[in-house]
Design a binder for this molecule. Structure first.
Ligand code: URA
Length: 452
């Protein structure tokens, strides 16, 4: 993958001719064979084709879709045929989870330590922000010293010694996903069912956990907005997981408003730590409970809901979930003191959005809130744009709340970027009405193929 290519710069004419030919034939309706798909992905990873040709290939797939055979081939190509963790040395069944990404969705940073503290080891490969949605790796980089991309030989030792590990794609594990993920982020090719499915399942294949829970979002703040298409994504991923020998279940969750009150890298880490210290944040916590329960049951099918819930409550109440996060952060290079609130990056400017009238909050558009965050540096608009870890939005109300004229609805934190537009976006994200509404439940549906 190149970050410096410019039109006219020929890296490898054979590889370039191949990807252009593949793009043209795919657009004309041809089915690509596995070897060709593997070749294009490998050419990109090894920098034999420039970004713009790979972006055209991915955009064509985003428009035309993939057959089942092509999807399996792309997933395998992302994982580069087989690099995976050897979890045989880990005591106990290992569990993994993945979310399709949303706004204010800091679920991973809560559920991984909770489930690990309950005694189930958790291994998770994760990614950066995609489009207007946040990414766990970016959030974690707001913790000083934390190493977010471990060499493959360090992953299992961290998992064994702590009980959990979180790491990004690397040159050893899913290099194809790592390279295309960064390109998709800045070329409008994130919102595609086959591209999302291949990206996620390739990472899950590289981990090869015993249990896997997929959290698929639906609503304006999700990559796939419409519920029926989110269900299609679930079914596509469950089928793909089965092809790769993974035992998966899924949760369909609501993204019609930001999941939690904090949107932005350091803000979301602080939010996760507050939950780990016992705050039951509405929306965010409701989803976390379900995901934790599903994760525990995925490796212990006889565990009842009540037993799972008792374990989850215990590790929050006795502080062991929080301690698990601290031990893990230290194992991956952070100093424990880096988790104190005042050590996190903060933005120096604050803009307060107030209610222009009294009424009920009837909507908070998460996509608009996410775009406001992007404009002030909480996400990327170009490949190598530096992030502003302290930038973001704190939402002071949720859908269904009553507010009085002048009440604070949200705060925007920023240091740079297009703060004027971001301010108006946050203002426009809120809808007030004169009738109370009930917000959709954070958890819409659970898909357990074993019970189907
Ligand atoms: N998460 C991923 O890992 N990949 C995607 O494409 C979307 C969400």
């Amino acid at each position: 993958m190149s970050t410096t290519s410019s039109p006219g710069e020929a890296r490898n004419t054979v590889a370039s001719a191949r990807v252009v030919d593949s793009t043209t034939r795919k657009r004309a309706g041809e089915v690509l064979d596995a070897e060709e798909i593997a070749g294009v992905v490998a050419d990109f990873v090894h920098d034999r084709i420039p970004d713009y040709q790979m972006a055209a290939w991915l955009a064509t797939i985003a428009c035309t879709g993939l057959s089942t055979g092509e999807l399996v081939a792309l997933t395998r190509a992302y994982a580069m045929d087989g690099g995976h963790l050897d979890l045989s040395r880990v005591d106990g069944a290992v569990v993994d989870k993945h979310s399709t990404g949303g706004v204010g969705d800091t679920t991973t940073l809560i559920v991984v330590p909770v489930v690990a503290a309950c005694g189930a080891p958790v291994a998770k490969m994760t990614g950066r922000a995609l489009g207007f949605t946040g990414g766990t790796l970016d959030k974690l980089e707001s913790i000083k010293g934390l190493r977010t991309s471990l060499p493959v030989e360090e992953i299992v030792p961290v998992l064994k010694s702590v009980g959990m590990v979180i790491t990004g794609q690397s040159t050893d594990l899913t290099p194809g996903d790592g390279a295309t993920y960064a390109l998709r982020d800045v070329t409008g090719t994130v919102e595609s069912i086959p591209l999302i499915a291949a990206s996620i399942i390739s990472k899950k294949f590289a981990v090869q956990a015993d249990g896997l829970v997929l959290d698929v979002k639906t609503g304006s703040g999700a990559l796939i907005r419409e519920r029926h298409r989110a269900v299609e994504l679930i079914q596509t991923m469950l089928d793909l997981a089965r092809v790769f020998g993974l035992s998966a279940r899924a949760v369909l969750s609501d993204m019609s408003q930001p999941l939690g009150p904090s949107v932005g890298n350091a803000l979301e880490i602080r939010q996760a730590l507050a939950v780990l210290r016992g705050e039951r944040t509405p929306g965010l916590w409701d989803l976390c409970v379900t995901v934790c329960r599903q994760m525990l049951q995925s490796v212990d099918p006889l565990l009842t809901d009540e037993q799972a819930m008792a374990k989850i409550d215990r590790v929050l109440d006795d502080g062991s979930a929080y301690e698990m996060f601290v031990r893990w952060a230290v194992a991956q290079g952070a100093a424990a003191a880096a988790l104190e609130a005042e050590r996190f990056p903060t933005a120096s400017n604050r803009y307060v959005v107030k209610a222009a009238e009294s009424g009920w909050v009837t909507g908070i558009d998460p996509r608009v809130v996410g775009k406001a965050g992007l404009l002030v540096g909480a996400g990327r608009l170009t490949y190598d744009a530096p992030l502003d870890y302290g930038a973001g939005i704190l939402l002071r109300h949720r859908v269904g709340d009553h507010v009085d004229k002048g009440d604070v609805l949200a705060e925007l934190f920023y240091d740079r970027g297009d703060a004027d537009t971001a301010r108006s976006l946050v203002e426009s994200a809120f809808r007030l009405g004169d009738r109370a509404v009930t917000a959709p439940s954070a958890v819409q549906q659970v898909f357990d193929p074993r019970g189907a």
